[in-house]
Design a binder for this molecule. Structure first.
Ligand SMILES: *Cc1c(COP(=O)(O)O)cnc(C)c1O
Length: 239
């Protein structure tokens, strides 16, 4: 087996153990393989090991990989999730190439994504990024801003609201990781229980990375985003 295949198996085992510990069905949590800074060949190795859903932070880098993989493996039916910051000048690339976007925290970006989503593609699946633990400089909306943004995005024809995403600051220990993830889960549950129209498919809680996936699954994550645990340490300073 390649290292990537071995790592994928280890991450799957961690996820299964975390689900058992939390009394959850293993099938209730999906895995997004975060390939940022790794090349198309690394993604192809993960595909060969059975992985189908991939996350990318840097939009142009992601689009290059999407096109390379489509050419190399036209029948693989891969799913691509944009999980990095989306500036206005990159919305068209996201709308034209990705299946999901997790990192929307402004109505203007959502409006552009909806307007630019090509007619021949299904609606872009969208999670709103929330920020419950960081300062104002961090991406993501506060709990107070969320209902208004949800209502506005629900009106946009070419987007489908799927859930919430969060990137908590690194927490010192397991208890602290659980506490912050649990606060996002409570907000998610409140929205699911609310009467906001347009939330028929609101079923995704995108929470947890290599370092904290157990805490995220304990709290209720339905989709963990794992990079270094699958592809290895990323070289150099993050761009
Ligand atoms: C890089 C990144 C990940 C994966 O992080 P690892 O610690 O390598 O697992 C997950 N989500 C987002 C938004 C990221 O930027």
């Amino acid at each position: 087996m390649t290292t990537i295949a071995t790592n994928l198996q280890q991450v799957a085992d961690r996820m299964t153990r975390a689900c058992m510990a939390a009394g959850r069905a293993p099938a209730s949590v999906g895995l997004l393989a975060v390939a940022k800074t790794f090349n198309a060949d690394a993604v192809a190795q993960a595909v060969a090991a059975g992985q189908r859903a991939f996350g990318e932070n840097y939009i142009q880098e992601g689009v290059d990989k999407i096109l390379a993989l489509r050419a190399a493996l036209p029948d693989a039916a891969l799913q691509w999730h944009c999980i990095g910051p989306v500036q206005s000048n990159k919305t068209r690339l996201v709308a034209e190439h990705f299946d999901w976007v997790h990192s929307v925290d402004r109505l203007k970006i959502a409006q552009r994504l909806s307007a630019q989503r090509p007619a021949h593609l299904p609606p872009l699946q969208l999670c709103i990024q929330v920020n419950l633990d960081g300062g104002a400089t961090k991406s993501g909306v506060t709990a107070g801003q969320l209902p208004g943004l949800l209502r506005a995005i629900a009106q946009l024809p070419r987007l489908r609201l799927r859930g919430l995403m969060s990137i908590p600051d690194p927490a010192p220990d397991f208890q602290a990781q659980k506490a912050i993830h649990a606060s996002v889960k409570r907000l998610f549950d409140q929205i699911c229980a609310s009467a906001v129209p347009g939330l028929e498919d609101f079923d995704t809680l995108s929470l947890g990375m290599t370092a904290d996936l157990e805490a995220a699954i304990w709290a209720g994550s339905t989709l963990v985003r794992v990079g270094s645990g699958i592809f290895g340490d990323r070289p150099g300073p993050l761009r």
